[in-house]
Design a protein around this ligand. Structure first.
Ligand SMILES: [Zn+2]
Length: 139
């Protein structure tokens, strides 16, 4: 039986870097390389087209956290510039790297759940194949 996965569940599974369909298989083969398919349920991930959206979202989120905090520290404590750089450059770098893969996973989960970029076609084809509708007659 095919059970529908809600948008929030697909986003969360993607954010936790798991397959949006089953929630058990790994979504990524390498750091930002989405696997071709799920090793548990076989879901095809090749229709995903996250492109630059995860990077833009990470820049917006990290920028909206780091910049106001940096300005608050500057206004409150006025530390020397080298100390500001020594704190905020690594914070920016590590938080961006930490958020990039989960954000990309969530975008792939969004695309998968809403059937974007060929996910719907792939899903429909898989269901037809399961029912034998799409099979070539052997007679
Ligand atoms: Zn799966």
């Amino acid at each position: 039986m095919v059970q529908a996965v809600s948008l929030s569940k697909a986003l969360w599974r993607g954010f936790t870097m798991k397959c949006p369909n089953c929630g058990r298989g790994h979504l990524f083969g390498r750091f930002l390389k989405v696997a071709d398919h799920c090793e548990v349920c076989g879901e095809d991930f090749t229709p995903q087209r996250a492109d630059d959206l995860p990077a833009y979202l990470v820049i917006v989120v990290v920028g909206h956290i780091v910049v106001p905090t940096l300005l608050w520290v500057e206004m409150t404590y006025a530390p020397p510039a080298w100390l500001q750089l020594a704190i905020w450059l690594p914070v920016t770098l590590f938080s961006a790297l930490a958020l990039l893969q989960p954000t990309k996973g969530a975008i792939v989960g969004l695309q998968w759940q809403t059937g974007m970029h060929g996910f719907e076609t792939t899903r429909r084809h898989a269901m037809q194949t399961c029912r034998g509708v799409g099979r070539i007659s052997e007679a």
